[in-house]
Design a protein around this ligand. Structure first.
Ligand code: HAM
Length: 444
């Protein structure tokens, strides 16, 4: 019987583990330059946490089971419900705004396909305790900053910005109640991936005959790419008070957000696109997704405001906004652009050992060098000098130190610069000083 990796799961051989580490490193660097604090939560949670909180789509994709204690549990498909619970539980003692990030694995039982797996990593960043759109702008700026950190620019990716508030006002203007509105939004969420006739059919089933006329309004709205066109769209609807006032107030929030994005220098990455409504149930305001600029592939990241989730989890309510970026679509894009080249790691020193008699000194020096922060390798079994040098060259080490009987007798350290192919003898006493001078006096 042969065992294979399960569908949608990945094994990470060192080359891929190094790429993953490079991605995590840049995510972490971006988060800390915005002074976000790292947190973590369990990978296994009560199933209940995701039912209703995450929305139909994710619930249908849960890895869930009954544990030995009879609890119904699920592997986390996303971080946001756990985060809301964690923050809610200490709402009074946490200093606001709460700016937290996490890098962790998540699990969804999706059909494995390009850009979609069953186990993937996400970089989650969220701000809780701040209702102003300044927080939305800060997160969108972090998202852009993180992607730029990989060497991507505005020709590579775009942030598509939309607004569930404006969508809900529009649906209200159509006379739809909040339950029907949510059903309509989930149909719109699939607009791009669904045939027009099918969308109209689905809309008709929830809103009746008016679906055809409504579809035309939807198509005009989702084609809008700039703010003046958005303002014009809503003014042409010529709505009555109080809806007209609500929309005007919302458009003022938009102006504030767009100005903040402009001031942070990320406007060129942001595009208005009301085709984005987000599949998760908890979003309440601005929502956004990052995509390749070419429009190819699944989303690189997604997020938005979710002001009701902390309150719904039983604690006091708290405004919140955040996003998550996945490693799968990002990794594919970086590979495509040649931006994920990771140099194979090589030791600072390779020790070349003549025989068992010299091994004792080599081992003791290896420990001293390692304690000083250098990476050191030596052969674990006896090998001919020639073979050891050949391997040292293949490993890409810069320096080899030779432990032959001659060197030990004379009390010298014979160092071979493997790049220059030169050998020099140094006095034995000062191993660490020598290492520092070889590496340009930089204490590693
Ligand atoms: P999401 O849109 O479900 O949002 O996922 C965010 C990102 O995770 C996606 O854009 C994608 O890159 C990645 N992702 C999701 N599912 C998969 C999969 N099956 N395979 C590979 N990558 C995947 C959320 O998860 C929200 N909790 C984000 C959030 C944080 N909202 C507020 N705070």
């Amino acid at each position: 019987m042969s065992f294979e990796t399960l569908p949608g799961f990945r094994a990470f051989y060192p080359e891929n583990a190094a790429k993953r580490a490079a991605i995590f490193g840049l995510w972490r660097a971006a988060a800390s330059s915005f002074n976000f604090l790292e947190y973590d939560a369990p990978v296994l949670e009560s199933l209940e946490l995701y039912i209703e909180k995450s929305g139909e789509e994710i619930v249908g994709q849960l890895f869930h089971f009954e544990d030995r204690g009879g609890r119904t549990v699920a592997l986390r498909p996303e971080m946001t419900p756990s985060l809301a619970r964690l923050v809610g539980a200490k709402a009074n003692s946490l200093k606001r705004p709460i700016k937290w990030f996490n890098i962790g694995e998540h699990y969804r039982y999706e059909r494995p396909q390009k850009g979609r797996l069953r186990a993937f990593y996400q970089f989650n960043a969220d701000i809780l305790g701040e209702s102003s759109a300044a927080a939305d702008a800060e997160l969108m700026t972090l998202l852009v900053h993180a992607l730029k950190g990989f060497g991507l620019d505005a020709t590579d990716f775009k942030l598509r910005l939309s607004d569930r508030d404006l969508w809900l006002f529009l649906l209200q203007a159509e006379g739809l109640d909040s339950t029907i509105s949510l059903a309509v939004l989930s149909i719109i969420d699939k607009l791009e991936r669904t045939q027009r006739e099918k969308t109209i059919e689905e809309l008709t089933s929830v809103m009746g005959e008016s679906a055809v006329a409504f579809m035309a309004k939807v198509e005009t709205l989702v084609a809008i790419r700039d703010f003046p066109a958005l303002e014009k769209y809503f003014s042409r609807l010529a709505l009555e008070k109080p809806l007209a006032e609500l929309i005007e107030a919302r458009l003022a929030e938009w102006r504030f957000l767009l100005k903040a994005l402009e001031n942070s220098g990320v406007s060129e990455f942001v595009e208005i696109d009301f085709g984005i409504v987000r599949g998760l149930a908890y979003y309440t305001g601005f929502v956004f997704e990052a995509f390749e600029a070419s429009g190819e592939g699944r989303a690189l990241a997604g997020g938005g405001r979710y002001d009701d989730l902390v309150g719904k989890l039983g604690s006091q309510s708290m405004p919140a906004v955040g996003f998550a970026m996945g490693d799968v679509t990002l990794g594919d894009l970086l590979e495509k652009k040649g931006l994920l080249a990771v140099a194979e790691s090589s030791p600072d020193f390779i020790l070349i050992i003549g025989g068992e008699a010299e091994r004792a000194q080599a081992l003791s020096d290896a420990s001293a060098l390692r304690a000083a922060g250098y990476s050191v390798e030596y052969p674990l079994k006896e090998l001919a000098f020639g073979k050891q040098f050949k391997e040292a060259n293949q490993r890409g080490a810069r320096f080899a130190i030779v432990y032959g009987s001659d060197e030990l007798e004379k009390g010298v350290l014979k160092v071979r610069d493997l790049t220059a192919g030169e050998e020099t003898d140094y006095p034995r006493e000062n191993l660490i000083e020598l290492a520092k001078s070889l590496y340009g006096k930089v204490s590693k």
